[in-house]
Design a protein around this ligand. Structure first.
Ligand code: FAD
Length: 389
């Protein structure tokens, strides 16, 4: 049954849509696709300002997002989802290239003590644009994240961090980020540490990619990077078993609806692009377009429900995985339909569609592949809880 969108959500969508429209109108996504460092030229745009505030608690934000009668709290999963979906409609790659806390902000919120949170959020919300990263994936351990191999070894009154990370967004351009590493064997021996990228031994290089070049995924080498105990998130306040892995899981569960919104924003942009290119579209072609529009709208509504449930403390891994998988498939499906309705040559002659087609393929892998999401859905189906709220 359809649930009416709240006025608060509608107002936020309209507010962010204006910033997103500027990205589309100026074709900034295509420029960034050519040169992902071009983001540095557009740091004064409203879209960048919005991205910088995402996940930061209100007490650290000088100018919170205010639209109509509402002040928005970007630690809310729903408000984050609404914002990201609209910005992704403007351009997904541009959005991901922006400075701001992105995923690491959620990890710091989940695990950090008061002084770690203050230090991190004040820095990221400060006047200087700050890029961050979330370093979980490793070359030999992607989906099997609990088997990660980067090590945190005691040395004197601190530690040494060593290992490699791969496919980490913005790492080669970031000032700080979170690295997941192993202090002891087993899943509960994982820690999350805050790392400054100018520390000796930290090195990150961008990885050339075919699509979603704005994500600026990078390869990180950690060669005996010095880590003080206070850089370990939750070191003073949480038991070791409640730290690293718990932070990774909470971050991924909180962020998957955001990635779902990202995929849906791109899907909507593709459908609108087809409509713009073929304003007189009729018959079966029109029906095929409308069918996908309906499916995108349905998944968006479901995603809003999932995000609202997270805000209410009801975190359902199977529901979160279900919407993420569906949205990733839809984004790809929309680009396939676009290529069909605009003609096979359009992928060569239409640079915008060519880029959207390449970008949409990334969602399958980001924050867990489709196989991993389907395993989570299966758990819910097997337990008989998937269809229950
Ligand atoms: C644009 C982009 C941005 C990213 N940003 C970040 C980031 O900021 N930080 C970060 O840490 N990572 C990031 N990643 C990495 C992403 O999280 C990984 O790509 C993903 O977790 C999969 O890991 P992998 O690529 O090593 O694939 P693998 O885990 O090696 O998987 C390879 C294949 O095996 C399948 N497979 C693996 N395990 C199972 C299983 N148990 N059952 C069934 N099938 C299985 C997978 O579905 C896949 O098809 C990013 C990736 C992309 C594409």
């Amino acid at each position: 049954m359809a649930v009416a969108e709240s006025d608060r959500t509608t107002v936020l969508r309209g507010h962010v849509a204006e910033a997103a429209a500027e990205l589309r109108a100026r074709g900034l996504g295509l420029e960034l696709d050519q040169d992902p460092t071009a983001i540095d030229r557009w740091l004064d745009l409203r879209a960048v300002e919005l991205m910088r505030s995402c996940t930061i608690p209100l007490e650290y934000v000088d100018e919170p997002i205010v639209a109509g009668p509402y002040t928005y709290d970007m630690t809310s999963c729903l408000e984050h989802v609404v914002t990201i979906e609209e910005l992704s409609y403007g351009d997904t790659g541009f959005m991901l290239a922006c400075p701001g806390p992105l995923m690491s902000g959620v990890t710091v919120g989940a695990l950090g003590d008061t002084s770690q949170r203050k230090g991190y959020y004040e820095r990221v919300a400060g006047r200087e644009p700050t890029w961050t990263f979330f370093g979980l994936t490793e070359p030999r351990k992607g989906s099997a994240a609990t088997e990660l191999e980067a090590t945190l070894v005691p040395e004197g009154d601190g530690y040494r961090l060593s290992g490699t990370k791969r496919y980490v967004g913005n790492a080669a351009f970031a000032q700080l980020g979170v690295v997941f590493c192993r202090r002891a064997p087993g899943p509960l021996g994982i820690e999350a540490v805050l790392v400054d990228t100018d520390e000796p031994g930290f090195n990150a290089e961008p990885i050339p990619t075919v699509g979603l070049r704005g994500a600026r995924i990078s390869h990180i080498t950690l060669d005996d990077v010095r880590v003080e105990p206070e850089q370990i998130l939750g070191f003073k306040t949480l038991k070791s078993t409640r730290r690293g892995l718990v932070g990774a899981i909470r971050t991924l569960q909180r962020f998957r609806p955001v990635l779902t919104g990202t995929a849906l924003g791109l899907a909507r942009a593709v459908l609108d692009h087809v409509q713009e290119q073929r304003p007189g579209i009729t018959g079966t072609d029109r029906l095929r377009l409308e069918e996908l529009r309906d499916r995108v709208a349905a998944v968006r509504q479901r995603n809003y429900q999932v995000a609202s449930a997270i805000d209410a403390g009801r975190v359902r891994a199977d529901h979160i995985a279900g919407v993420k998988t569906r949205a990733a498939e839809l984004a790809e499906g929309c680009t396939l339909l676009a290529a069909d309705l605009l003609g096979p040559g359009s992928l060569v002659t239409d640079p915008w569609l060519n880029k959207a087609y390449r970008d949409a393929r990334a969602f399958e892998f980001m924050e867990g592949t489709g196989h991993i999401q389907r395993l989570a859905v299966f758990q819910g189906v097997y337990k008989g809880t998937f269809l229950k709220d």
